[in-house]
Design a protein around this ligand. Structure first.
Ligand SMILES: Nc1ncnc2c1ncn2[C@@H]1O[C@H](COP(=O)(O)OP(=O)(O)OP(=O)(O)O)[C@@H](O)[C@H]1O
Length: 458
């Protein structure tokens, strides 16, 4: 018991066996018959695609199944197999090798729908190959199994859906947990938790633990006050206020997970408003230190693509900032819109124009846009300074528009140079037309004179 103390209840009370797995009878029947076919080495399909909303019990079902049938789970998360090579490195050998040690292996590829959004087709092809060649059962999980990119996997797998548990079953699980933890609970309180989480059992258990561990009981009043509606997202102002006022780690984490803005944007909001809210310099110093660590992890994720660091970011911008407020008294203040985001939205159009012009240049010169930006733009600017007509000529030959040209040189006057060039061209073409008209007239005159001569001759 003591080893389990402090464990999140979602882990502590994960069903150890299918017997403890509540509801979902159809899914349990299909997956059991599939694993029994594997036991006879005669599965019709070698993989199962288990899908359903978050927290509905996918992982729990797999673990219970593995326990009951004596399988060791070889697990990989989406972030581990984004590229084809990752799949070969992480699971291929386990999948195609038989059971040398006598331990049966169950290959689990979690969150395959994460692959489609990365557009990494190599990953999906590698999974298809893995399913075709595997000697061990494979279970894939997804929240959205019907993404078009996942079709090749769907064709090879037994599709099993897990639906949200209804109120009766959620309350059954919550009551069992309360009983084992010795928590006094009222049905009305548990119903509020269910309502707010809309059948997401994991979220229900988390909410139950966060209330019960602090207050030792769960009733309607506490549940109403301390839980959020899962689909009610916090705007950036409320997110910040909740972070700065959180007294417990879970409150602060909740503020982040319920925020309607992503962590990148939240970092901007915090960096603008930490000095607004935390007026004590030491508090602000601690908060900025946490924020800069979050920024370091953000950089690591961008560089390595390893999303495991996302959890560190949440801890830094959530609890670490909440607990930085040691001396400052909380005041209800108006937060500022991040100046960086303001600047980015103001300059969005010019950035788009610069990008499109760089793409045109790079395509024609067969070089990267960054190289064009670094090497070419300074020259174009100098040419414009020295001779605007030449600059306009270059732009025209590369298909660069007036608007794009104005962004390149940072001067709206470039329009004048374009207009002058257009007028000059028009003048020239009018002149040309005039010349050809006169030439045509002369030619006509000559022919009629000739004709006149010929008539005279006859
Ligand atoms: N049918 C069930 N019977 C008993 N407990 C369940 C059941 N389904 C889920 N749970 C409980 O809910 C928690 C969350 O379930 P689980 O982690 O399996 O969800 P999930 O569908 O894998 O979520 P995600 O897709 O977000 O990873 C588990 O820890 C377990 O305690």
């Amino acid at each position: 018991m003591s080893a389990e103390k402090g464990l999140p209840w979602i882990i502590k009370y994960r069903p150890k066996s299918l017997k403890e797995y509540v509801n979902q009878e159809t899914a349990v029947a299909i997956i059991t018959s599939w694993i029994k076919d594997w036991e006879k080495r005669a599965p019709t399909k070698k993989a199962v695609l288990l899908y359903g909303p978050p927290g509905v019990g996918k992982t729990s079902l797999i673990e219970a199944l593995a326990n009951d049938y004596g399988y060791e789970i070889v697990e990989t998360n989406a972030s581990d197999y984004r590229r084809r090579d990752d799949i070969y490195r992480k699971v291929y050998n386990s999948a195609i090798q038989g059971t040398l040690t006598g331990r049966k292996k169950l290959i689990l590829l979690d969150e395959v729908d994460g692959l489609s959004s990365t557009g990494d087709k190599g990953g999906i092809e590698a999974i298809v190959q893995l399913i075709t060649q595997t000697k061990n059962p494979i279970i894939l999980t997804a929240n959205n199994a019907f993404h078009p990119d996942l079709k090749p996997i769907r064709d090879l797998a037994v599709m099993i859906e897990l639906k949200n548990l209804n109120q009766k079953h959620v309350l059954t699980v919550l009551k069992i947990i309360c009983e084992r933890e010795g928590v006094e609970c009222e049905d009305a309180g548990l119903k509020v938790i269910y309502e707010k989480n809309r059948g997401d059992l994991r979220a229900c258990i988390n909410d139950l633990q966060s209330i019960a561990e602090v207050y030792g009981k769960v009733n309607e009043e506490l549940a109403t006050e301390l839980t959020y509606y899962r689909d009610r997202e916090l705007n950036p102002f409320d997110t910040l206020r909740n972070i700065f006022t959180s007294k417990y780690v879970w409150q602060s984490r909740n503020a982040i997970s319920h925020s309607e803005v992503d962590t990148d944007t939240l970092i901007e909001w915090l960096s603008e408003n930490i000095p607004v809210q935390l007026t004590d310099p030491e508090d602000a110093y601690l908060a900025f230190q946490a924020l800069s660590r979050a920024d370091v992890y953000r950089g690591i994720i961008k560089k390595t693509g390893n999303y495991d660091f996302l959890a560190y970011i949440t801890e830094m911008i959530g609890p670490a900032i909440s607990f930085s407020r040691k001396k400052t008294k909380f005041k209800w203040l108006k937060y500022n819109y991040p100046s960086k985001l303001k600047m980015l939205s103001e300059t969005k159009r010019s950035r788009e124009l610069l990008n499109s012009s760089l793409q045109k240049l790079s395509k024609r010169l067969s070089q990267s846009t960054s190289k064009s930006k670094k090497d070419l733009l300074p020259y174009l600017r100098s040419i414009y300074r020295l001779s605007p007509p030449h600059f306009v000529q270059i732009c025209r030959s590369y298909g660069i528009t007036v608007e794009e040209a104005a962004v390149i040189v940072g001067d709206k006057q470039v329009e004048k140079a374009f207009a002058e060039m257009a007028a000059e061209r028009q003048e020239k073409s009018a002149e040309k037309a005039e010349i050809s008209r006169t030439q045509a007239k002369r030619a006509k005159g000559r022919t009629s004179k000739k004709r006149g001569g010929q008539t005279q001759l006859f």
